[in-house]
Design a protein around this ligand. Structure first.
Ligand SMILES: NC(=O)c1ccc[n+]([C@@H]2O[C@H](COP(=O)([O-])OP(=O)(O)OC[C@H]3O[C@@H](n4cnc5c(N)ncnc54)[C@H](OP(=O)(O)O)[C@@H]3O)[C@@H](O)[C@H]2O)c1
Length: 245
């Protein structure tokens, strides 16, 4: 039985992952902005077998709330083994291009709030010399593209920050997992036309749960995105600048 904190617990990917953990009888501390949705999810997870489910309302952009939330999680579950940071937004790229304020707000949510949480968690887990910190980044962070570079650059920051943490914390026995999903059919992508590269949240959830149990690293979800992004990263700048993807 593990003691697991999920930030952004209402996200479709996080919910699906919470269901995997609930079926294992794990203890869950769920954090999100919407108290009502949290209550519904908590009840569902109890029915599915979670050993214990607690909820906590927090906006991830409220930095002052991060440390009290972590204290509450550790107190409620009598410790923490695993944390999944899942919250995020997919910005309107065109609107961001016209607004500094909107661009910075999206980067705040997708990157800086995550960096704030990771910093606090790293120090707590490092002291205890144990624990798993998992964060959902994106393949979009592997190379900035015209169609979504506000989102992509925020995710790049998350990926690189997690990479550095992974190296720093390896000596302390703390595992850092970076999940890089490709296209996932969730409310975030509701308006997108779906195709063969798309995955369901349940598929990503299984990958996240497995990665948390098996030693960390950066994990493409599903695996074939590693090869797609390897090709995209290899395109020389003089070619990349002339194409739109
Ligand atoms: N779907 C994809 O194709 C895809 C691909 C790669 C990576 N990802 C990443 O996967 C993660 C989960 O996304 P998803 O696809 O499951 O989308 P989702 O169902 O739309 O979930 C996003 C969640 O983030 C929460 N959130 C946004 N801003 C927040 C804030 N300031 N404080 C607290 N919670 C906040 C939202 O809460 P509210 O309900 O309160 O708005 C929502 O529950 C995200 O990090 C996303 O960037 C998704």
């Amino acid at each position: 039985m593990k003691k697991i904190l999920i930030v952004g617990a209402i996200s479709a990917i996080a919910e699906a992952t919470a269901r995997v953990w609930a079926q294992q009888g794990d203890y869950l501390f769920l954090v999100a902005r919407d108290a009502q949705k949290l209550a519904v999810l908590a009840e569902d997870l109890r029915v599915r077998g979670a050993g214990r489910v607690e909820t906590y309302v927090m906006d991830a952009n409220d930095y002052a709330a991060h440390a009290p939330m972590l204290d509450a999680a550790e107190q409620a579950l009598q410790g923490l083994d695993t944390v999944l940071i899942a919250h995020g937004v997919l910005p309107d790229q065109a609107a961001c291009e016209q607004s500094v304020e909107l661009t910075l707000r999206q980067i705040d949510t997708n990157a800086l709030s995550v960096v704030g949480l990771l910093t606090l968690l790293a120090n707590r887990f490092e002291q205890r010399k144990a624990g798993v910190i998992a964060v959902i980044s994106s393949v979009a962070g592997d190379r900035g593209r015209a169609s979504n570079y506000v989102y992509g650059s925020a995710k790049a920051l998350v990926s690189e920050f997690a990479s550095g943490l992974r190296q720093r914390l390896a000596a302390s026995g703390v595992t850092v997992v970076t999940i890089k999903p490709g296209f996932v059919d969730t409310p975030m992508t509701a308006s997108f036309k779906k195709g063969p590269l798309w995955a369901k949240p349940e598929k990503i959830a299984a990958i996240i749960a497995k990665a948390c149990d098996s030693g960390g690293g950066a994990v493409y979800a599903p695996w074939f995105w590693f090869y797609i992004m390897a090709i995209i990263k290899l395109i020389p700048e003089f070619v990349f600048g002339k194409i739109k993807i």
